[in-house]
Design a protein around this ligand. Structure first.
Ligand code: E4P
Length: 226
């Protein structure tokens, strides 16, 4: 499963990319607005951090196909290769995805709450489809189940499109989809940190250090291997 950071905070992205094997960064208009800065500047800084091989997602703002296509062209012109344009899965969005496919601009069908939205986006030519796990849960449905349904639809219909599972509140939700083999997930920084945030892990590491210190205070392997 590919793992993306769902955030636009530069310091958080730098820290997470330094520590973890991250495949790229996803943003949406709400995430960008939280930075209270020019979105082009923010996205260019993110591109610098993740490099040209990192995958960067930015969303088109208009709700008509023509406007979405214009936004998409501007986004990829500035952010370069390995940039994916998120297009909301509304009727005009499917039209925009088809046009962008013909132009060779990769897209992610986003704002996915139903499996058939994902099916239409994939059929129109999207490279990714993004179901909102936690938001679906909050509506009283099962976001994990819907995401698994979407994964199965893509696999069983041999569609050239992968799930980008989004909107998580905890690592258990991500784990279930990782186990199921979904193509990718995008998580807020606190959810990624939660993968390894555990007192038992910290305790085990501290025990190793204090035991080793009995051989010689604050020594590491290199002190003995000289
Ligand atoms: C990703 O495509 C979505 O924009 C994002 O993950 C939504 O997350 P939220 O429900 O935490 O806002």
């Amino acid at each position: 499963m590919k793992l993306f950071i769902d955030d636009a905070n530069i310091e958080a992205i730098k820290r997470l990319c330094d520590l973890y094997p991250i495949d790229g960064v996803t943003t949406n208009p709400s995430i960008l607005s939280k930075q209270n800065r020019n979105p082009e500047e923010v996205l260019k800084e993110i591109r610098e951090i993740i490099g040209e091989d990192g995958i960067l997602f930015a969303q088109a703002i208009p709700t008509d196909a023509e406007g979405m296509v214009k936004d998409a062209e501007a986004i990829v012109r500035v952010l370069g290769k390995n940039t994916v344009v998120k297009i909301p899965c509304i009727p005009e969005g499917f039209k925009a995805i088809r046009i962008l496919k013909q132009k060779g601009i990769p897209t992610c069908g986003t704002v996915v709450y139903t499996p058939m939205q994902a099916y239409l986006a994939a059929k129109a030519g999207a490279s990714y489809v993004a179901p909102y796990v936690n938001r679906i849960d909050n509506m009283g449905y099962d976001g994990i189940y819907v995401t698994k349904q979407i994964h199965d639809i893509l696999v069983n219909n041999h569609m050239d499109c992968g799930v980008l599972a989004a909107s998580f509140k905890n690592s258990q939700q991500v784990l279930e989809l990782c186990e199921y083999g979904v193509y990718s997930s995008t998580c807020a920084p606190d959810v990624i940190d939660g993968f390894v945030k555990n007192l038992a892990i910290d305790g085990a590491v501290n025990d190793f250090i204090s035991d080793f210190n009995k051989l010689g205070q604050d020594k590491t392997m290199k002190d003995y291997f000289e």
